[in-house]
Design a protein around this ligand. Structure first.
Ligand SMILES: Cc1ncc(COP(=O)(O)O)c(C=O)c1O
Length: 258
């Protein structure tokens, strides 16, 4: 953990307010928690944090490393979360950290800063060995071009919706294995029921055992905590591949429900 942060419960505006001290300069959150198990910020939480930061003159920083770059169907997750919410379009954090999908697999990180702070860091102020590398930037531009050309934001919405509705169907069919499904676009999480007999009595957490079974069956997923799994498929996942993936998940679940 990075020094100097106070951790507070997510989606709890009062907890954030109560954790402030005169030394607080910023609040940092993910729009959708990744490692935390795919918990999406409530629209009121985002708007409330913005108001709190304006009121106390704090920076509102967002980590879009995992949930950003069109994974939810919009460039940043907060844009998707706040769609159709009154005043939602006016919401802006002060800075956004980005990486992962930004370079489509090529190592790259970047951050966006709101206009009014854009001159605080001049060129060269924030030096890193590979900072500003033209090759990474060229790759990132190409990635953006392909996302636009192939309508991958729309794809993330459509296929994400399909996957979530299928997983919800499976949760209804096998409640003894799958207890909840959440996420937005192609950032999807599902929670395992507690005490699945076939996963009991093993030193490995249920989520890891489940992930291992998926891997053996040919599907890549990752755990989040002991009871949750994450699906973060590529944005160009096709319908047929999504159907194939669901078949694999269903087979693994059905064996566990046995
Ligand atoms: C939400 C989030 N933020 C930050 C990071 C770290 O990013 P980086 O490896 O680019 O520092 C990760 C994972 O690697 C992550 O999931």
């Amino acid at each position: 953990m990075v020094q100097g942060f106070r951790q507070v419960p997510y989606n709890d505006l009062n907890a954030a307010r109560e954790a402030l001290s005169p030394a607080t300069v910023a609040i940092l959150i993910e729009g959708i928690q990744g490692e935390g198990g795919i918990t999406t910020a409530a629209p009121d939480y985002l708007l409330g944090l913005r108001q709190l930061c304006d009121e106390k003159k704090l920076l509102l920083l967002m980590d879009g490393v995992q949930c950003g770059h069109f994974r939810t169907g919009r460039f940043q997750s907060f844009q998707r979360i706040l769609e159709g919410v009154p005043n939602g379009e006016r919401f802006l954090p002060d800075a956004i950290a980005m990486a992962k999908a930004l370079g489509g697999g090529f190592p790259m990180g970047a951050f966006w800063v709101r206009d009014r702070y854009a001159d605080l860091l001049g060129a060269g102020t924030h030096g890193t060995t590979f900072g500003g590398t033209p090759l990474a930037c060229a790759v990132a531009l190409k990635v953006l071009e392909v996302i636009h050309r192939d309508k991958l934001a729309e794809n993330a919405r459509t296929i994400g919706h399909y996957l979530q509705s299928e997983l919800t169907r499976l949760a209804g069919k096998f409640p003894q294995v799958l207890s909840a499904v959440r996420g937005l676009g192609l950032m999807i999480g599902f929670e395992l029921a507690s005490n699945i007999p076939a996963l009991a009595g093993n030193e490995k957490a249920p989520s890891i055992q489940f992930v291992n079974r998926l891997h053996e069956a040919g599907l890549l997923a990752i755990p989040a905590g002991n009871q949750k799994l994450r699906l973060l498929p590529p944005l160009n996942l096709r319908q047929q591949e999504a159907e194939e993936g669901i078949k694999v998940i269903e087979a693994v679940i059905a064996r566990l429900a046995g």
